[in-house]
Design a protein around this ligand. Structure first.
Ligand code: 5AD
Ligand code: SF4
Length: 469
């Protein structure tokens, strides 16, 4: 039990002054989206977000469990937070520390045992209960990692227009959660649970709220987003393609994206959407993980390297300007030099505009962690380096190929220097142009004149477009 004085003080503050909230997110875009929803659900409780952690009355660590380092980082971060909590306590200020996200789901009450400064552990399915949990945590630490029967999205608070505007013209929107695929390296089916799709009407309503407040680009999120099969507005089950076509009709939405997909769920209607839905950006993140059939099979990916290459050819036929990105894992148990070479060969054949690549990290409870033939760390390091060098060359070549071309840019924020404005190309490349901030929220054609190592530089094709509404 916490001392009664602590409780009384917290209850008094609860009722009076506004409180400060600091959320630190690790890991994927789903966590970035969840952080916004946590802030939204805590706003009516008087919690206002701060960028200064020292000022926070409530600190939420929104954690990721996908690789070892991510979980380690959480515990080292919690050590620092304990110190901060003690310093604030010495000044008479109380601080609640909450651990959310996938480490919270996987480790539950173990977190309270490992770090006593933690007041509250909450799994991703329970964020709608945060206000209650924060209140309960005043008297004793609480853990909520149940998979509830109710739909958390129904109980999450909608953000204010002002909040949406602050967050910018590009927004995430979760449409699907969880995964039933059970790739042998992955914790997601255990931490995020079975696959569920949100009903289309709720997604459309959320998109309309975002668009009315100025959002122009929406990225649909899901651990297995292309497996989306939600209840449609007409009562039938909608695919992701059907949902995208509907969202393209929402007034104000200029661009749609989705991530992350599994190759086996890239259905023909989704490929067709790339061909005839202009709002769907010609950029696809489609993880292949490995180019070796033996490793793909050991990973339980349920497709071959050739299946992936053929699929890419098919999507490129539908959308010739499509750029690709992928996730790769090097050093999965049993990966030989020849297996790794097959991954490099696949990369050379497909060509990627960007990628994420990781050394295999055995996750407790997953089948991969039990496999014999775990690969030496030094070999993983060397393979990762070689793979990243190859993809980096492809990325630079792709960026350079845009120089001299005219491409639509959606402007998002003021540029690095006075008189500049920054946006994104259809391929997620940052683009800087000389122009006024009035361009923010608009998509206009830009001629790319130069490419730096991370950004493109361009000029407005029609400088007159700057002023127009
Ligand atoms: N080790 C290394 N990388 C992993 N990923 C998922 N689990 C592991 C693991 N155990 C990578 C995959 C996945 C991405 C989100 O993280 O490449 O697509
Ligand atoms: Fe994990 Fe993706 Fe495989 Fe699902 S499909 S188990 S989320 S890697």
């Amino acid at each position: 039990m916490k001392p009664a004085s602590d409780r009384a003080e917290f209850a008094a503050r609860e009722a009076s002054e506004p409180k400060k909230l600091f959320i630190k997110s690790f890991g994927c875009q789903m966590n970035v989206y969840d952080a916004t929803r946590m802030a939204d659900v805590l706003a009516p409780e008087g919690y206002e977000e701060t960028a200064q952690i020292e000022q926070a009355d409530l600190i939420v660590l929104n954690t990721c469990h996908i690789r070892e380092k991510a979980a380690e980082k959480v515990f080292s971060e919690l050590g620092k937070l304990r110190q901060l909590k003690e310093e604030r306590q010495a000044r008479g200020q109380s601080t609640r520390i909450a651990v959310a996200g996938c480490v919270a789901q996987a480790e539950g009450s173990e977190i309270l045992r490992k770090q006593r400064a933690v007041d509250l552990v909450v799994g991703p399915q329970n964020y709608h209960r945060l206000p209650d949990l924060v209140r309960e945590s005043v008297s004793q630490p609480v853990v909520d990692t149940e998979f509830p029967v109710e739909d958390k999205f129904d109980h999450l608070t909608a953000p204010s227009d002002e909040k949406i505007r602050e967050r910018g013209v590009s927004a995430f929107l979760t449409v699907q959660e969880g995964c039933d695929k059970f790739c042998t390296f992955c914790v997601v089916p255990y931490t995020r649970g079975a696959e569920i799709s949100r009903p289309a009407a709720k997604i459309v309503a959320e998109a309309e709220v975002l668009a009315r407040a100025g959002v122009r680009e929406i990225t649909l999120l899901g651990q297995n987003v292309d497996a989306y099969h939600g209840m449609g507005e007409d009562g039938a089950i909608w695919s992701l393609a059907r949902l995208l076509r509907r969202l393209a009709q929402v007034e104000g939405i200029l661009r749609l994206r989705f991530t992350t997909s599994h190759p086996n769920d890239m259905t023909d209607d989704l490929i067709e959407a790339f061909a005839d839905l202009p709002a769907l950006m010609p950029f696809l993140h489609l993880p292949v993980q490995s180019g070796s059939d033996a490793i793909l099979q050991a990973m339980n990916r349920r497709h071959s390297a050739q299946d992936y290459v053929r699929l890419i050819e098919k999507i490129r036929r539908a959308r010739p300007d499509l750029a690709l990105s992928s996730d790769f894992i090097v050093g999965f148990p049993g990966e030989t030099d020849a297996d790794f070479q097959a991954t490099l060969d696949l990369i050379s054949e497909v060509r990627f505009a960007s990628s994420f690549s990781f050394k295999y990290s055995p996750r407790p409870g997953t089948p991969g962690a039990e496999l014999p033939d775990q690969i030496d760390e030094a070999i993983k390091t060397e393979r990762l380096y070689r793979l990243q060098e190859l993809v980096e060359r492809q990325r630079q070549q792709f960026n350079a190929s845009l120089v001299g071309q005219i491409t639509p840019v959606l402007f998002e924020k003021p540029g690095r220097h006075e008189g500049q404005v920054a946006g994104k190309s259809p391929y997620l490349q940052p683009v800087q142009v000389d122009g006024r901030v009035e361009l923010i929220g608009r998509q206009v054609p830009v001629e790319i004149v130069r490419c730096g190592s991370n950004s493109l530089f361009g000029r407005l094709v029609d400088p007159g477009s700057e002023g127009a509404a």
